[in-house]
Design a protein around this ligand. Structure first.
Ligand SMILES: Cc1ncc(COP(=O)(O)O)c(C=O)c1O
Length: 366
């Protein structure tokens, strides 16, 4: 008998896989209901832009061909949009792949990555899968990043620090002054990856302009995604912007055809459909105001968010999560470290109302 566990080794055996939000179809099948709603994975509730659908549909007949390995047209489009040198950009199958590429490229045996907790669990999963580990540094009151603790924790072997801004699952952000103070402290050979998956939703005036920092701090890279405000989560496409030499190293590890052609075409159309992104941001802002008000009326404490989801203290997170599921509403329970909370993605106004009504019903039953 072959012992696959032994072959994989201890690091893989002890790996706890990422838990995605439950798919709508699965819940509907389980409960035998229709019209379940999913507010669990911070997806865009407006669907896919019509312009994206048109561009992608037209391109389908060419899918016998390999994609452009260098994403030439998308690179041109994004470089104009962001006003950065095209050689500073790398694309991935979601920013998840960029996280993986960065760890595989730069984190050697005996080195580790670091982040603050709670944050995006994928940093730790990929580090562990690569034979490394993630040092999680606790946050301060109301989940604010504790930069002093992060500074104290940096070692010679800390190769990458992942800083989600705004953070997932809390929606909390750090400002420009906090970031520059930290970057002035971080050793040159520790890479700081700013994970800005939710940047389009940010309205804080003092939020860092990270792309401007890359010249001054060559160890900084910014990751972004088309999965959220651009509505392309299912296409799997994200990117990073960084120092040319750093990006070149990532490109050596990247598979030649990592981003499929449909995703590249979708992303070009999504950048061009500015109206869709504007509408997504507007719906999110209105949803945020509505949910804040509803939580206040219900006497629930919530964490102020700069993203498209809200962490709300419901007392017993698991129970409320389970009861919402039974009502056909999928939110996210985030495990024992956040046991009093659920995280709800901001949906359409109709979805938000359904969620609030079901939540009221559940809480009134105790
Ligand atoms: C903080 C953060 N980073 C990265 C991602 C990954 O996004 P994707 O791989 O879809 O680009 C997510 C997705 O939820 C996220 O919350």
């Amino acid at each position: 008998m072959i012992d696959y566990k032994k072959l994989a080794g201890e690091k893989i055996n002890s790996l706890i896989p990422y838990q995605p939000g439950k798919p709508i179809k699965e819940l509907e099948r389980e409960l035998g209901i229709k019209e379940a709603i999913k507010l669990a994975s911070n997806e865009n509730p407006l669907g896919v832009s019509e312009k994206v659908i048109k561009a992608v549909t037209e391109a389908l007949h060419e899918m016998n061909r390999y994609p452009l390995g260098d994403a030439f047209y998308l690179r041109q489009e994004l470089s104009h949009f962001l006003n950065v040198d095209p050689a500073r950009i790398i694309f991935g199958t979601g920013s998840n792949e960029i996280i993986e590429l960065a760890i595989r490229t730069f984190v050697k045996p005996g080195e580790h990555v670091m982040s603050y907790a709670p944050s995006f669990s994928v940093y730790g999963i990929i580090a562990q899968a690569n034979g490394n580990s993630c040092k999680w540094i606790p946050t301060k009151e109301r989940f604010k990043v504790d930069f002093e603790k992060l500074k104290d924790a940096i070692e010679d072997t800390t190769r990458i620090i992942f800083l989600a801004n705004p953070n997932n699952p809390t929606g909390v952000y750090f400002n420009s002054d906090e970031l520059t103070d930290f970057l002035n402290f971080v050793p040159k050979e520790t890479i700081v990856m700013l994970d800005e998956a939710y940047i389009e939703y940010v309205d804080a005036a003092d939020f860092p302009d990270s792309l401007k920092l890359i010249d001054k701090y060559p160890n900084v890279m910014t990751m972004r995604t088309f999965s959220k405000a651009y509505g392309l989560a299912g296409f799997r496409i994200g990117y990073a912007v960084g120092n040319i030499e750093g990006i070149d190293m990532l490109n050596r590890v990247r598979q030649p055809f990592n981003v499929n052609m449909v995703a590249q075409i979708a992303a070009i159309a999504a950048i061009e459909d500015k109206e869709f992104v504007r509408r997504s941001i507007k719906v999110n802002r209105e949803g945020k105001v509505y949910l804040y008000k509803a939580f206040k009326e219900l006497g629930l404490d919530y964490i102020e968010t700069q993203a498209n989801f809200i962490l709300v203290n419901v007392g017993d997170g698991k129970k409320v999560f389970d009861n919402l599921l039974k009502e056909g509403v999928i939110v996210r329970f985030l495990g024992p470290a956040l046991k009093e909370y659920v995280r709800v993605s901001i949906g359409t106004q109709e979805e938000n109302q359904i969620f609030v009504n079901k939540l009221k019903k559940i809480l009134s039953k105790g």
